[in-house]
Design a protein around this ligand. Structure first.
Ligand code: GLU
Length: 281
């Protein structure tokens, strides 16, 4: 199997030093393994994704000296595919419509960020509702208890992390998924989109990703992604969660932190060698 990894930014703001580290690390690891490095644009959150941020992603990465295979997979062009997978879960009775608060539904559409509190585990108010009762605007949730029943012979689930933050084989128990993940939102029909976790899992398999390299802030989404892989009969890749690049106060860099945007450094005359040095590569 050829080592294949990807950098999968969401075009919702400028790439900063943390993204530079993630992309460069993935690129370096792919080169060292004589493997493949892919770029994937995760723009399923159509309310926040912008074309100019996507253009800037290409410019920034090229300036950093990266090369990637084309065509680039843009998730907004494949919404039907994700939706079809969601409907296969629905046909198995694993999904129910939910009309509860919008805030946690919104949160589910994009990847989590360190320091931004996750919505509490959903109390299950709409659980038991049938898909035929779905109304426009309803979110679609995974019924965790039923999902766990469906994968009972595979429990506990496992994945391997090759990064240095939480290295080794990780075990995911049913209890952990019930307590920490609950019934997650996987889709929201009226804007024809699926949650970040679902789209990423489908594309990681479709693109034959063997190692997912990404920041440690996404570590906690891995148990749900592994569960979805087992439910959808997709392979589980290795994960490589890496350290986060922090500012001088120890805070993780955020998209709105323009001062540390790669484009800003570029305009100020920094070189790609400077960026590599600053992120410790
Ligand atoms: N699109 C996600 C983000 O911008 C990253 C997804 C991943 O690497 O799994 O944070």
């Amino acid at each position: 199997m050829i080592f294949t990894t990807r950098f999968a930014p969401s075009p919702t703001g400028p790439l900063h030093l943390g993204h530079a580290y993630s992309a460069l690390l993935a690129y370096d690891m792919a080169r060292a393994a004589q493997g493949r490095f892919l770029l994937r644009i995760e723009d399923t959150d159509t309310a926040r994704a912008r074309a100019h941020w996507e253009t800037q992603i290409y410019d920034d990465l090229a300036w950093l000296g990266l090369a990637w295979e084309t065509p680039v997979l843009r998730q907004s062009e494949h919404l039907e595919r994700y939706n079809a997978e969601l409907m296969t879960l629905a046909a198995r009775g694993l999904i129910y419509p939910c009309s509860c608060r919008r805030s946690d539904i919104r949160a589910a559409l994009s990847a989590p960020q360190e320091g931004v509190a996750r919505a509490p585990v959903y109390p299950g108010t709409c659980r038991g509702r049938d898909m035929s009762s779905r109304k426009p605007g309803d979110a679609l949730r995974l019924d965790m208890a039923r999902a766990l029943d469906a994968v009972a012979d595979r429990l506990p689930l496992t994945f391997v992390d090759t990064g240095s933050v939480q290295p080794g084989e990780h075990t995911i128990t049913a209890q952990q998924l019930v307590t920490h993940t609950g019934d997650p939102v996987l889709g929201r029909k009226e804007i024809e989109t699926v949650s970040y976790v679902m789209a990423a899992v489908i594309d990681d398999a479709r693109q034959d990703i063997t190692t997912v390299i990404r920041g440690a802030d996404l570590f906690d989404t891995t148990p749900l992604q592994v569960l979805l892989q087992v439910l959808l009969k997709l392979p589980t890749p290795a994960y490589h969660h890496h350290r986060l690049i922090r500012d001088e106060h120890g805070k993780r860099l955020a998209k709105r932190d323009d001062a540390r945007a790669i484009a800003t450094y570029r305009e100020q005359g920094a070189t790609r060698a400077d960026i590599r040095k600053w992120v410790g590569l």
